[in-house]
Design a protein around this ligand. Structure first.
Ligand SMILES: *Cc1c(COP(=O)(O)O)cnc(C)c1O
Length: 369
């Protein structure tokens, strides 16, 4: 038995005829930059998410960078981000010359803790970037209340949360902007790098579009200095095809995740992500916590089950953020999470039997502990 963590080849095979046709058409038309598929994807994606606008860009990291830059982050500004996330959430604050301020996560929901956000607010704070980690929504009501009380903006990092809902609306529509990654392994993934920003704010939409495109909307008309971060026509064409399947794929992920939960709920020594009642989780990842994580990981690997650690170090404890001088006691929840987390295989081409096989192995192993 061999169970892979994800299977991008099967995803391609499911869409093969459409993808091959779209690529041939693109080659025939040489429609490489700002092609027709880009605007088609932007309108289809914003409609699917329920936002007024979507701005395609090069990747999910650029989406964060562009949004924060256009919200005015600059030297002297502080932005609060969770201590446990992918580095993009934090490094893009520094890219705009702002200062990264970490807040600890909730040990159960694994997302940023509102009470920790409040402790980190100073007169220099300008915004908060909550991350809907692994596909679980952050407690948006509490975060938005804190933000409005202190006049801060909220940009939601939705790179792991395509079509996660909170109170029946998609995440990404609650803050001033939401940012998405279409990295191949994300729930909605391209054949390379791609990303998008969603917003309901016309002024922000306009400035993000300009900044991502050398500072202007028309050729040779540079209103500001910008960057070059475009959504490739090829990637947009592929995303259009996959967008038409995403709801079915997400339902399959939810079904498999429920099976994991049902099977593992009675297994000693294994915990998983708590979901608040307002959230419909999209299961980018199914993450368990286990005190003997490394042993369990190698046991699963010996039995053909591929797992990942997302992520082995929380950001304050990486080399890149050593300059902030943090110690583990500053973020005890994030620290403990990184020591114990393990992401189990989860993708739309797995079967219930595959999940049962993984769970059987985990149960056998925990009984010996
Ligand atoms: C993947 C990811 C990003 C960055 O996306 P890229 O498209 O790889 O640049 C940002 N934030 C989080 C939480 C992510 O998981």
């Amino acid at each position: 038995m061999k169970i892979s963590f994800n299977d991008l080849h099967l995803q391609y095979l499911e869409c093969k005829s459409e993808i091959d046709y779209a690529i041939e058409e693109l080659l025939r038309k040489s429609d490489y930059i700002r092609g027709e598929a880009v605007s088609r994807f932007e309108s289809a994606f914003s409609k699917a998410i329920g936002s007024n606008f979507a701005i395609g860009c090069g990747n999910g990291t650029d989406a964060l960078h562009i949004a924060m830059k256009m919200l005015g982050v600059r030297e002297g500004c502080e932005v609060i981000v969770p201590a446990h996330t992918w580095i993009s959430t934090a490094e893009t604050v520094s890219q705009t010359c702002g200062r990264v301020v970490f807040a600890d996560i909730d040990p159960e929901t694994m997302t940023i803790l509102p009470s920790e956000i409040e402790k980190k607010i100073t007169e220099k704070t300008v915004g908060i970037v909550p991350v809907h980690l692994y596909g679980n929504s952050c407690p948006l009501d509490e975060i938005l209340t804190i933000a409005s009380r202190h006049e801060l903006w909220v940009v939601e990092d939705c790179a792991q949360a395509h079509f996660t809902t909170y109170k029946n609306s998609n995440v990404g529509t609650f803050g001033i902007a939401g940012t998405f990654s279409f990295y191949p392994g994300k729930n909605l993934g391209a054949l390379g790098d791609a990303g998008a920003i969603v917003t309901n704010d016309k002024i922000l939409e306009n400035s993000c579009r300009m900044y991502a495109s050398h500072g202007g909307l028309k050729k040779n008309e540079h209103k500001i200095e910008g960057i070059n971060s475009r959504l490739d026509t090829l990637q947009a064409a592929v995303l259009n095809i996959k967008l038409s399947r995403i709801f079915g794929w997400t339902e399959k992920r939810k079904l498999l995740a429920k099976r994991y939960r049902d099977n593992l709920s009675s297994v000693n020594g294994i915990r998983f992500q708590k979901i608040e009642k307002d959230t419909d989780h999209s299961y980018h990842l199914f993450v368990i916590l286990c005190n003997y994580r490394d042993e369990l990981k190698s046991f699963l690997s010996d039995n053909g089950v591929e797992t990942n650690i997302n992520y082995p170090h929380s950001l304050p404890f990486t080399e890149a953020y050593k300059y902030l001088g943090h110690v583990s006691a500053d973020f005890p929840n994030a620290y403990h999470h990184a020591e114990t987390c393990l992401s189990l295989p989860l993708h739309q081409f797995m079967s219930i039997e595959d999940v049962d096989y993984c769970c059987g192995l985990i149960e056998d192993f925990t009984k010996k502990k």
